[in-house]
Design a binder for this molecule. Structure first.
Ligand SMILES: [Zn+2]
Length: 210
């Protein structure tokens, strides 16, 4: 079975790569954030527990996240998975293990800070379609207008230079111990994420797809 976690800073493209690999290997891409939203929308028992935290802007406690993950993994029976967005620290990684949520390989998307800043600072967003563009890599057809609905594109507050610097710092501070944790277990795989989406696809498949 193939059970991975994907690690990488915002802008490293791990969501795109997780979608690609999960399609190719017929395994689940489990984005914890999306899974939580789904549980809340469907008003499941666990979703209801998570709701109060989300509504007050608090982090959903680990016990609840892990219960939701366990339940979901039980439902997808047999199929492998890619965990995206969780665990974020070693305490969470340890509790995954205690709950027998297995990680065979932790894939780290290595990327230079400058590349991240460049990728994130060019991001444009349509508030209506919730669609992302990029001034350089994926420009809209008309300057600063959404291809779908024509609405003026905006930069999210998260994507201004100060916020980006801050997000990257938080990521590195939090993730460093987690990287060491998986390295010690001999489970860490580095992927050079400074390259094009296609180059990363190929490499990823070659290294962990078989
Ligand atoms: Zn739009």
């Amino acid at each position: 079975m193939k059970r991975f976690i994907f690690l990488g800073p915002p802008g490293a493209g791990k969501g795109t790569q997780a979608d690609y690999l999960s399609d190719k290997l017929s395994i689940e891409h489990i984005s914890t954030g999306e899974l939580l939203r789904q549980e809340i929308n469907e008003k499941t028992a666990l979703g209801e527990k998570a709701r109060s935290f989300v509504e007050t802007g608090d982090l959903v406690p680990d016990e609840i996240v892990i219960e939701i993950l366990k339940e979901h993994i039980r439902k997808i029976r047999g199929a492998g998975y890619i965990l995206d967005g969780y665990p974020r620290n070693t305490a969470q990684a340890e509790s995954l293990e205690e709950h027998e949520i297995i990680v065979d390989k932790a894939v780290l998307f290595d990327i230079d800070k400058e590349t991240v800043v460049k990728r994130l600072s060019g991001r444009l967003y349509c508030p209506k379609c919730k669609k992302f563009y990029h001034s350089e890599y994926r420009p809209p057809q008309k300057d600063m207008a959404c291809d779908n609905c024509g609405r003026a594109l905006v930069r999210r507050k998260d994507d201004d230079p100060v916020s980006i610097e801050n997000r990257i710092k938080v990521y590195f501070d939090q993730t460093h111990p987690l990287i060491e944790y998986y390295e010690k277990k001999g489970k860490l795989e580095h992927i050079d994420a400074n390259r094009s989406v296609e180059a990363i696809h190929k490499d990823l498949f070659k290294r962990i797809g078989r």
